[in-house]
Ligand binder design. Sequence first.
Ligand code: 13P
Length: 251
Amino acid sequence: MRKKIIAGNWKMNKTVAEAVELSNEIKRELADCNSVDVVLCPPFTAVKSVSDVVSETLINVGAQNMSSEENGAYTGEISHSMLKELFVRYVILGHSERREYYKETDFWINKKVKKALEKNLRPILCVGEKLEDRESGNTEQVVEVQVREGLKDVPAEAYTDLVIAYEPVWAIGTGKTATSEQAQEVHAFIRSIVKDMVGEDAANAVRIQYGGSMKPDNAVELLAQPDIDGGLIGGAALDATSFAAIVKAAM
Ligand code: 13P
């Protein structure tokens, strides 16, 4: 039985003061939640403050990106050791916004995934098709390449620490959610690719989140699907009541 995981991707929102306020509100609602893994992913500038707020609770902290390199002359980048020092446990990698606006490729995303795993950080690898891919019937083809390339050379035993987030780009921030059938279909497809790559045990162990306009009112149905193991939440994660309601839907 896979434990559900709900992560809030705050994207480029929340100053430190606002992040402290939001994480305190979430802590009040969810501090003792142990049936679902809860992860807050603030912007880098607020990671330390959010870590301080949720220390001594079961709430985890994640980052929204990480360098594939150890350290050195990489202006603007953040390394695994900088994150781990702040008690970060998860890291979102290959989000569609980073693929689209910052031209991140599967090659670099794969390097980051492997570095994160090597350093005991849990990657949340994001994959998902654009609207034109779906409309031209290429959803599976696009997602398959992202999964195979993003997870290239990742050993089977690492899949228990790995999370894949299926986020159809056309559903992100648009209010258009994939139907639970559409999402389940792609989740099952992703699991079948993992099975083909590294075997059935890893395919059964890996957690696959859905992301894209997940809200309290659609979370229950999405999370009831057999291959949907959680959510990666954008907009609704910026409101403590909505985020907590989604976590409760996963309980
Ligand atoms: P929304 O929930 O705002 O659609 O964002 C989803 C997302 O991109 C999470 O990473």
